[in-house]
Design a protein around this ligand. Structure first.
Ligand SMILES: Cc1cc2nc3c(=O)[nH]c(=O)nc-3n(C[C@H](O)[C@H](O)[C@H](O)COP(=O)(O)OP(=O)(O)OC[C@H]3O[C@@H](n4cnc5c(N)ncnc54)[C@H](O)[C@@H]3O)c2cc1C
Ligand SMILES: NC(=O)c1ccc[n+]([C@@H]2O[C@H](COP(=O)([O-])OP(=O)(O)OC[C@H]3O[C@@H](n4cnc5c(N)ncnc54)[C@H](O)[C@@H]3O)[C@@H](O)[C@H]2O)c1
Length: 480
């Protein structure tokens, strides 16, 4: 067995791991990143990018399908499934290719193409192609990401069911598909397939759609998705069987009625689990929770007081791309500083689902608020001017502010172009902006953001009624 000694060893060459390696590289320290591949990152290879490419095609189809509303007749159009999926893959390969090239151009000293497991808090065992290597490191960063999970109902057919890892490799669109799970992956991909003409039906024993928690936003999301998609929420799937031409699914709906239907394909989108099972974490002595996952501080990313840091999806803090980048940098920087670890201030949370209408959560969710301390305001997009002009007028935005100092602290947003408005609000929350300060900002006409201003005015009204804000916080004056 060979032995290597480095300042930092990083397990996983995804977004988080690569960002950690950049910190070590910049500091001029010795480092090694260990990953068996495939390289290119989950986001670019099988996640963010191919799903957004698919959604881009679906949006084109959806626009054409709805053109008659604007007096435009489009005849003889069709979705060319193989061409749609070919573009998804070729653009995806371009994005993932840049990352792959970067990793493959690393100095051989910095990259080991194999899996790693712990043999102690400072040592890893790596079964490389030619030899087993013991890597001794002053500090170690775990950045192993997450993988799709298989629920009991799909265990018998798991090898034939698609997950987001396989779905973009399909040569053609199926005629029909059952989607298990109505989380972000399920609704983004399922709705896109539906807009491309696939007969999609969703199954979920629970009732959630996406991540909203505000009862009013939840109700509006259910109304919209029930109208455009076939959702079997609170359904009980009793059998899934492989048959000629696909899968036969038996289920009981929420009213207790039994159904059977055959689908050409199944997408399993029932959630993802941290990749820790083959890491031999018990040899590290770090604290683990009841699921065997490392307990870490979101601000230092340190696991207990060990020289071990954790970043990206595997940390379980915020499983999103920009958070994986940030966590990689924090974990990398703290691994270099160990034992003098620094607590970093995390950015305002921002989550966006690229559905139609879009879903976004900014800052605190409704469920995380202290309702004695905050008031809410809202705006419906059902009749919002620009949304009506564009024929995308539906949705509800709920905004939350503190009674004490009139500061915006969160929003749950369902409606058109929310990806942009969510950024405005996230930046405002991070800057500690008060609601009157936000209302005093310029807004053009006619734009979607006028809806946001209406919601902020409603929030200001609630603040005035609550009556705790100081006069200077209220900033009453022209334009407010
Ligand atoms: C379908 C889909 C759509 C998404 N869309 C979005 C989106 O639009 N916006 C957004 O912000 N986020 C999105 N995400 C989430 C985003 O992709 C992830 O948060 C992000 O990619 C996580 O990066 P990571 O570095 O933690 O993991 P990864 O990029 O998965 O990297 C982990 C690496 O660890 C390696 N590894 C695992 N175990 C070991 C081991 N034992 N030894 C060595 N190496 C190991 C793996 O090979 C892998 O290369 C999406 C995810 C999916 C699945
Ligand atoms: N636009 C984005 O930023 C984006 C897009 C895709 C994914 N992501 C990230 O990926 C993460 C994982 O997404 P996800 O959708 O896989 O997970 P999720 O946890 O958000 O959703 C899982 C869904 O499966 C349902 N479910 C659980 N058990 C089930 C069962 N037995 N049968 C049917 N349904 C079942 C849950 O109720 C839920 O609706 C997200 O949390 C998000 O961070 C982000």
């Amino acid at each position: 067995m060979k032995t290597r000694q480095v300042d930092i060893a990083i397990i996983g060459a995804g977004t988080a791991g690569l960002n950690a390696s950049r910190e070590a590289h910049r500091a001029g320290k010795s480092w090694v990143i260990i990953d068996p591949g495939p390289y290119g990152t989950t986001c670019a290879r099988v996640g963010c990018m191919p799903s957004k490419l698919l959604i881009a095609a679906a949006e084109r189809a959806h626009t054409i399908a709805g053109a008659a509303e604007f007096g435009i007749q489009v005849n003889d159009w069709k979705v060319d499934g193989p061409a749609v999926l070919k573009r998804v893959r070729s653009e995806r390969d371009r994005f993932a290719g840049f990352v792959k090239e970067t990793v493959e151009s690393f100095d051989p000293e910095n990259l080991i193409r194999a899996r790693a497991r712990f043999s102690g808090p400072n040592t890893l065992i790596v079964d490389a192609k030619d030899d087993t290597i013991e890597v001794k490191a002053k500090a170690i960063v775990i950045a192993t990401g997450s993988s799709p999970w298989t629920p009991p109902q799909l265990e018998g057919v798991a090898d034939d069911v698609l997950t987001s890892d396989e779905i973009f490799e399909m040569e053609d669109l199926p005629a029909s598909m059952a989607v298990f799970g109505t989380g972000i992956i399920g609704v983004e991909i399922g709705q896109a397939f539906a807009q491309l003409g696939v007969a999609i039906e969703f199954f979920n024993p629970f009732e959630d759609i996406g991540r909203f928690s505000d009862p009013k936003v939840v109700a509006e999301t259910h109304r919209s998705f029930d109208e455009q998609l076939t959702m079997h929420l609170k359904s009980d799937v009793s059998a899934v069987e492989k048959v000629d031409g696909g899968f036969r699914i038996e289920w009981t709906d929420r009213d207790g009625e039994a159904h059977t239907r055959t689908f050409e394909a199944i997408l399993n989108a029932t959630g993802r689990r941290a990749n820790v099972s083959d890491l031999d974490l018990e040899k590290t002595g770090i604290p683990l929770n009841e699921h065997g996952l490392p307990i870490s501080s979101p601000r230092t990313l340190q696991c207990g007081d060990a020289p071990i840091f954790i970043a990206g999806d595997v940390s379980g803090h915020r499983p999103l791309l920009h958070e994986a980048s940030d966590e990689g940098r924090i974990a990398g920087a703290n691994a270099l500083r160990f034992p003098d670890v620094q607590a970093y201030i995390r950015k305002t949370t921002l989550e966006i689902a690229f559905t139609s209408p879009q879903m976004a959560i900014v800052g605190n969710r409704w469920a995380d608020l202290d309702h004695d301390e905050v008031v809410s305001g809202e705006v419906s997009f059902a009749n919002q001017g620009r949304s009506r002009v564009m024929g995308v007028n539906e949705g509800l935005v709920r905004l939350y502010a503190t009674k004490q100092d009139c500061r915006l602290v969160g929003a749950e947003m369902f409606g058109p172009r929310m990806e942009h408005m969510a950024h405005l609000l996230a930046w405002a929350i991070q800057q500690n902006t008060t609601v009157p300060e936000l209302i005093a900002m310029p807004v053009y006409h006619p734009v979607f953001e006028e809806g946001l201003r209406t919601g902020l005015r409603d929030l200001a009204k609630s603040l005035r009624i609550a009556g705790h804000c100081q006069p200077q916080d209220r900033g009453e004056g022209p334009g407010v």
